[in-house]
Design a protein around this ligand. Structure first.
Ligand code: LLP
Length: 427
């Protein structure tokens, strides 16, 4: 993140605060979030897309009340995909019209809650849901603004579990075989729904713009079909999130501006060809905003050298605070942050303290050979899908999120306590 540097004695400072002081005050493991960096990324997205587009931050990456306030202040909207995220958004004062509700299996309660609250849009994901949302809106005497989520058939070059636009998966309604066109027909017939656009999300941790371009091309194709069949020009298209970030130095992410320019160009060109007015574009970045803003601070416990094999560095967290290495074979880097070292680098595997050999935080990393118990190490780029996917495996207490800014550290999500664990255990 942007405000990380090293002090004279080699210890890392973030937002003006020494990590050793952070560890003392808040303990480890902890997620340390650079608030100014988070806000700057929000602004970069807003500015890149300008006033003719909307940026919906994808709350699944990381959501808390403080985050909602930052989004509100920086002019971003919010994409939620569950009642829990919706509750957080509303509790923190996000204006409902700036909220979009997603999900492939929204419950009746979620739908009702969202419509009642007045969310700006619901992204429809199936034929059954079209009917459910329409009926709920009619019963509540409302007309709900909706988008239809389509699968455009793009093979995004990313891990299978986070690719979402190929045809054989649970999200969206296929463009192929006229399914999406049929969904639009049904939506347009229902009183309780106001169709404002088409939505597509091709996947996550994507580095090249070509997948988005193909998606935009196909979505505009559908807009044209809709115009030709129904005589309506839908005012919006949402091209989802998915922009990749640098987890390790080889990763080469695109800037928001590059994505914005590419999308605007392709959408304008395709619309011109089809004789359509250019719709408003929305995007839903999650990882690209939250990911780089945060590092996880761990304390080294044991260092175990297996002669001829490798060295295992165990930290006081693990797969309960970062499941991504085990789940997606994700790459991370790591650095010694509590002091300088001139020792030779050694190849290590950073592992957690869970009862499972797949509990790996960083598969292969170089750390100084004099590393030992009590040293603090940091794993960068853990702001997205780490705290939000954290678990209590082995009854681990989920770490806090601490926002640093101008030399002040503020806990925005506190560390879980044993009382928190026992409170849920009512048997
Ligand atoms: N919009 C929709 C409809 C989505 O499904 C997602 C992510 C996003 C936006 C935000 O995508 P982003 O910009 O953050 O890539 N847990 C996985 C990522 C799953 C993403 C699911 N949907 C991970 O840790 O990599």
């Amino acid at each position: 993140s942007r405000t990380v540097d090293r002090g004279d004695d080699g210890a890392v400072r973030v937002g003006g605060i020494d990590v050793r002081r952070l560890a003392e005050e808040i303990g480890t493991p902890a997620y340390v979030l650079d608030e100014e960096d988070f806000r700057a990324r929000c602004r970069a997205w807003r500015e890149a897309f300008g006033s003719e587009a909307d940026v919906f931050y994808a709350g699944k990456a990381f959501l808390s009340r403080a985050v909602v306030r930052w989004l509100r202040e920086e002019g971003l909207n919010l994409d939620v995909c569950s009642e829990g995220e919706l509750t957080t958004a509303l509790a923190a004062g996000m204006p409902p019209e700036r909220i979009a509700l997603h999900g492939n299996n929204k419950s009746a309660a979620e739908i009702e809650r969202a419509i009642e609250a007045g969310v700006g849009r619901i992204v429809l994901d199936s034929f059954q849901e079209i009917v459910r949302v329409a009926h709920t809106a009619e019963r509540l005497g409302k007309r709900q603004r909706v988008l239809v989520r389509v699968t455009v058939g793009v093979e995004a070059h990313t891990h299978e579990f986070i690719a979402t636009a190929h045809e054989d998966q649970k999200f969206g309604i296929g463009l192929a075989g006229g399914q999406a066109a049929e969904a639009v027909r049904r939506v347009l017939r229902l009183e309780g729904l106001e169709l404002v656009g088409i939505h597509s999300h091709i996947g996550s941790q994507i580095f090249d713009t070509s997948g988005f371009e193909v998606a935009a091309h196909r979505v505009v194709g559908l807009l044209k079909e809709i115009r030709d069949e129904h005589g309506v020009e839908l005012p919006e298209i949402d091209l989802g999130g998915g922009l990749g970030i640098a987890y390790v130095s080889e990763d080469d992410p695109r800037e928001p501006r590059e994505i914005a320019v590419a999308l605007r160009e392709i959408v304008s060109r395709e619309c011109e060809r089809a004789g359509l007015a250019v719709p408003r574009i929305s995007v839903e970045p999650g990882r690209a905003i939250a990911g780089p803003t945060t590092f996880t601070l761990y304390e080294v416990g044991t260092v175990k050298e297996l002669a001829g094999l490798r060295t295992y560095v165990s930290v006081d967290g693990g797969m309960s605070d970062n499941i991504r290495t085990a789940l997606y074979d994700a790459d991370y880097s790591v650095a010694l942050v509590s002091r300088a070292s001139t020792a030779e680098p050694m190849l290590v595997r950073v592992v957690g303290k869970h009862c499972e050999s797949g509990d790996i935080v960083v598969r292969d990393a170089f750390l100084p050979a004099d590393l030992g118990p009590g040293d603090l190490i940091a794993v960068p780029a853990t702001g997205a899908y780490c705290r939000s996917m954290a678990s209590n495996y082995n009854h681990a207490l989920r770490p806090p999120v601490v926002a640093v800014k101008d030399g002040v550290a503020r806990t925005i999500v506190r560390r879980e306590t044993e009382d928190d664990l026992l409170r849920l255990d009512v048997g």
